[in-house]
Write a protein that binds this ligand. Structure first.
Ligand SMILES: [Zn+2]
Length: 113
């Protein structure tokens, strides 16, 4: 039979293929190492970005806090809060449109009386 005669050739060919497969596996392992390095790098970048996002969130929060402290409420005319946070019922007319706050107007009323 032809198959029997070619067994030796077949075997060395098989060995050859096995060698090639091992070589390819080594290449793949090298590739995997590179991929792992890349994944590590990406992980570090993501971690870094997360920290930056938290930092900028914190900065934004502080900036808002700061703006609130310096804000003169357009509803009651007091500092330290925004009109949207004002506890005093909304006034229809703008009380500080002419530079007077509610407090000044009330004081004015009291002083006049
Ligand atoms: Zn207010």
């Amino acid at each position: 039979m032809m198959e029997h005669m070619e067994t030796g050739k077949q075997e060395s060919e098989n060995n050859n293929i096995t060698q090639q497969i091992y070589q390819k596996l080594e290449n793949i392992q090298d590739e995997m190492k590179n991929i792992h390095k890349e994944i590590d790098k990406i992980g570090r970048i993501m971690e870094e970005n997360k920290r930056k996002r938290i930092n900028s969130k914190e900065r934004r929060r502080k900036r808002t806090q700061n703006r609130r402290m310096n804000n003169v409420c357009k509803n009651c005319g007091l500092e330290g809060h925004f009109m949207s946070e004002c506890l005093i019922p909304r006034r229809k007319e703008k009380l500080i449109s002419n530079g007077k706050s509610l407090v000044n107007m009330l004081l004015g009323d009291i002083i006049e009386k």
